[in-house]
Design a protein around this ligand. Structure first.
Ligand code: ADP
Ligand code: MG
Length: 628
C-alpha cells in the first residue's frame, strides 16, 4: 500500500498530545496498584483472541490456522522482562498507530482530568477509558510490541517506546499471528519477573479468561467463563466442575440458575445454591459469594453490592459488558448500574426459588431445611421483594402432618370463607403448642394455625404483616376476631353468668396484683380454665421473650391479660366456693396457681418461687378430701 518507502524503514512518531499527558501521569505518579497492568494486558490479549475467534468463524482465509488460541506469558528474572503473547487478531501498521499512539475513547479528557487532579483510583480507572495498554508503563522502562495481523498477506511490525513522547515503528520478520508484548521492567519493578507473583495476579484477576493462560509453559487458569456461553451447549458436569472450582468444594450444587439478558441490562449470570449452609453449623457469617466480571475480566471478587446481604449463600458470577472495569468497593455502592443489576438479579433469584419449590417439592424441602434462615432474613430486610419472599416460607401447621410443612399460599388457598386472618402460634415444639390452651378456639372452628418453631419466625410475620391481603395474626393476641362457632356454643352445659364471671374476675385481679394487667372472660377457651393473652398488637409474647433473653435491660415481658373460661369446672367451682364464703386463703392459692399455669403454657416464667410449695398445699387439700 501507498508510501512503501517510509513503511519499509524504522520510523519515529510522536504520540498524540493526550497520550503524552497520560503517559506522563502513569510514569510519574501512579505507583500503587501497579498489578493492574497485568490484568490490562491480559484483557487486551483476551479481546484480541475473542475477536479472532469471531472472525475465524466468518472468514476462511487467515494466518496460522493451526495456532491454538491462548495467552503465553514468559518471565525472565535475569533479563528483567515480562512477555505477554497472544494468538489473536494482531495489528497492521495502521492499527498500531491508531491503537497505540492515540486515545480514541471519548471519555479520555475527563479521565486525564481526574488523573491530573490526583484521583487515587487512577490506576483502577485506566481500563475503563480505553487506555489500558498504557498502564504497562507503570512498570516498564520500555515496551516492545511485535504484532502480525491475522489477515492473509499482512506483514509483521514492531512498535517500541520508553513512554516519553514518541514511539518507533519498524517492520519485523518471522512473526506468527498475534501480538507479543515485551515489557522491560523498571529497576523497582523486578517483582513482575517473578512467575509466582504473576500467577497470583492471574488467579486474582484473570482466572476465568476464556483462553488458556500459560506462565512459562504452565497453564495457570483452570476454569473458563462458562457463564458467557450458551446454556444448551454446557453439560451438567461442566457446570458442576465450575461450581466446585468456585467454592473449593467437592459436592455438586443444590440449585443452578444461568441467565442471559440483553434488556434492560446486558448481562450473563450464573448462580449456584450450594448443597450445604456452613452458617448453620456455626462457621461464622458467610462472605458474599458472587464475583463480578466485565467481559470475563474479574472486576470484583465476592462483590458486596451485586446481591443483597441475605443472598450471601448464593455463589456464582455476574458479567456485564456495561460495567466499567474500574468499579471499586466504594463506587459499586453508589453505582446506579450496579443497583439496577442487583434489583434485577434479586428478583430473578427469588422467583427462581419459587419456581423450583413447585417444580421439585422434595428438593425444596431440603433447601428450606438448610437455607430458611436467609429467606427469613430477607423477609425482614428486603421490603421490595417481601411478597415474593413470603411465598418461599414454609411452616408446620395444625392441618399438616407432623414434619410436613405448608406455604402461606397453601394456607391462604384453603382458608375458611369467613376467616379474616392467617393465624400462627410460636412455640418450642409441635407437642407443646398442641397441648397449650391457644389452639382450642381454632380447633373448635376448624381453623388452621401455623406452628412457628423458630424464634425468629415471629419477627418475620411481624415484618410481613400480611400475605395476599390477609393479615398475619398471632393466635395468642388478646382481641382475636374469630368467626362464630358453627351451630353456636350454647349447649355446652353449665356456665357462669356474666355477673358471676365479672365479680370473680374483679376479685382475681385483686389477688394477682401486678402479675397481670387484667382478668377477663374468655370467648375462646373450650377446655382449659385460663390462658394468658397478649394485648400488644406489635410485639408477640414470643418476641418479648427473645428481646428479654437478648437484652437483660429490656423492660421485661410486657403486660399480660389473663382470660378465664366461664365453662371450666375449676372456674365455676372457684366462683361458687368464693360466694359461699369458703376458706379465702386456700382459694387465693388456687388462683395464683391458675395464673402460673397459664403463664407456663405461654412459655413465660410466672412466679416459680413459691410454686412448688403452693402445689403441695393444693395436693394436701385434695388428698384430705379423700377418694370419692
Ligand atoms: P481498550 O482495550 O479499552 O480498547 P487499550 O489501551 O487497552 O484500550 O488498548 C487499545 C487498543 O489497542 C485496543 O482496543 C486494541 O485495538 C489494541 N490492542 C491492544 N492490545 C492488543 C493485542 N494484544 N492484540 C491486538 N490488539 C491490541
Ligand atoms: Mg484494554
Amino acid at each position: 500500500m501507498g508510501d512503501t518507502a517510509n513503511e519499509r524503514e524504522s520510523q519515529k512518531m510522536e504520540f498524540q498530545a493526550e497520550v503524552k499527558q497520560l503517559l506522563d501521569i502513569v510514569i510519574n505518579s501512579l505507583y500503587t496498584e501497579r498489578d493492574v497492568f497485568i490484568r490490562e494486558l491480559i484483557s487486551n490479549a483476551s479481546d484480541a483472541l475473542e475477536k479472532f475467534r469471531l472472525l475465524s468463524l466468518m472468514e476462511s482465509d487467515f494466518r496460522d490456522k493451526h495456532l491454538p488460541l491462548e495467552i503465553s506469558i514468559e518471565t525472565s528474572e535475569k533479563e528483567k522482562t515480562l512477555v505477554i503473547a497472544d494468538t489473536g487478531i494482531g495489528m497492521t501498521r495502521e492499527e498500531l498507530i491508531e491503537n497505540l499512539g492515540t486515545i480514541a475513547h471519548s471519555g479520555s479528557r475527563e479521565f486525564l482530568k481526574r488523573l491530573a487532579e490526583g484521583d487515587r483510583g487512577g490506576a483502577q480507572l485506566i481500563g475503563q477509558f480505553g487506555v489500558g495498554f498504557y498502564s504497562a508503563f507503570m512498570a516498564a522502562s520500555s515496551v516492545r510490541v511485535l504484532t502480525l495481523s491475522y489477515r492473509p498477506g499482512a506483514e509483521g511490525w514492531e512498535w517500541t517506546s520508553d513512554g516519553t513522547g514518541s514511539y518507533t515503528i519498524s517492520p519485523a520478520r518471522g512473526l506468527s499471528r498475534g501480538t507479543r508484548i515485551i515489557v522491560f521492567l523498571k529497576e523497582d519493578a523486578g517483582e513482575y519477573a517473578d512467575p509466582l507473583r504473576i500467577k497470583r495476579i492471574i488467579k486474582q484477576y484473570s482466572n476465568f479468561v476464556p483462553f488458556d493462560i500459560k506462565v512459562n509453559g504452565e497453564k495457570v487458569n483452570t476454569v473458563q467463563a462458562i457463564w458467557t456461553r450458551s446454556k444448551n451447549e454446557i453439560k451438567d458436569e461442566e457446570y458442576n466442575e465450575f461450581f466446585k472450582f468456585l467454592t473449593n468444594s467437592f459436592t455438586d450444587p443444590m440449585y443452578r440458575l444461568h441467565l442471559s439478558s440483553d434488556a434492560p441490562i446486558q448481562l450473563n449470570a450464573l448462580f449456584f445454591v450450594p448443597a450445604e449452609n456452613p452458617e448453620r453449623f456455626g462457621f461464622g457469617r458467610l462472605e458474599p459469594g458472587v464475583n463480578l466480571y466485565s467481559r470475563k475480566v474479574l472486576i470484583q471478587q465476592n462483590a458486596r453490592d451485586i446481591l443483597p446481604e441475605y443472598l450471601r449463600f448464593v455463589k456464582g458470577a455476574v458479567d456485564s459488558e456495561d460495567l466499567p472495569l474500574n468499579i471499586s468497593r466504594e463506587t459499586a455502592q453508589d453505582s446506579r448500574l450496579i443497583k439496577k443489576i442487583s434489583r434485577f438479579l434479586t428478583r430473578r433469584l427469588v422467583s427462581f426459588l419459587d419456581e423450583e419449590a413447585s417444580r421439585d417439592v422434595e428438593r425444596y424441602r431440603l433447601f428450606w431445611e438448610k437455607f430458611s434462615m436467609f429467606i427469613k432474613e430477607g423477609c425482614v430486610n428486603d421490603p421490595d421483594n417481601r411478597d415474593q419472599l413470603a411465598r418461599l416460607l414454609r411452616f408446620q401447621s395444625s392441618r399438616a402432618g407432623s414434619g410436613e410443612e405448608v406455604s402461606l399460599a397453601e394456607y391462604a388457598g384453603r382458608m375458611k370463607e369467613n376467616q379474616k386472618a392467617i393465624y400462627y402460634l410460636n412455640g418450642p415444639s409441635r407437642e407443646i403448642i398442641e397441648s397449650g390452651p391457644y389452639l382450642e378456639a381454632f380447633r373448635e372452628r376448624d381453623i388452621e394455625v401455623l406452628y412457628l418453631l423458630d424464634p425468629v419466625d415471629d419477627f418475620v410475620m411481624t415484618a410481613l404483616r400480611e400475605f395476599q391481603g390477609k393479615k398475619l395474626v398471632s393466635a395468642d393476641q388478646a382481641d382475636l376476631d374469630l368467626p362464630p362457632v358453627e351451630g353456636g356454643n350454647s349447649d355446652r352445659g353449665d356456665a357462669l353468668s356474666p355477673e358471676e364471671i365479672g365479680s370473680l374476675a374483679a376479685w382475681m385481679r385483686e389477688v394477682l396484683g401486678d402479675t397481670v394487667s387484667d382478668v377477663r372472660e374468655s370467648r375462646r377457651l373450650v377446655d382449659s380454665p385460663a390462658m394468658v393473652v397478649n394485648p400488644d398488637q406489635v410485639l408477640t409474647t414470643s418476641m418479648q421473650r427473645i428481646l428479654q433473653a437478648a437484652d437483660k435491660g429490656y423492660g421485661g415481658i410486657g403486660p399480660k391479660v389473663l382470660e378465664i373460661n366461664p365453662r371450666s369446672g375449676i372456674i365455676i367451682k372457684l366462683a361458687r366456693l368464693r360466694k359461699e364464703g369458703a376458706d379465702g386463703e386456700f382459694l387465693r392459692t388456687c388462683v395464683e396457681q391458675l395464673a402460673d399455669n397459664a403463664f407456663l403454657a405461654a412459655g413465660l416464667p410466672g412466679n416459680r418461687g413459691n410454686m412448688i410449695d403452693r402445689m403441695y398445699r393444693i395436693m394436701e387439700r385434695a388428698l384430705e378430701a379423700g377418694p370419692r
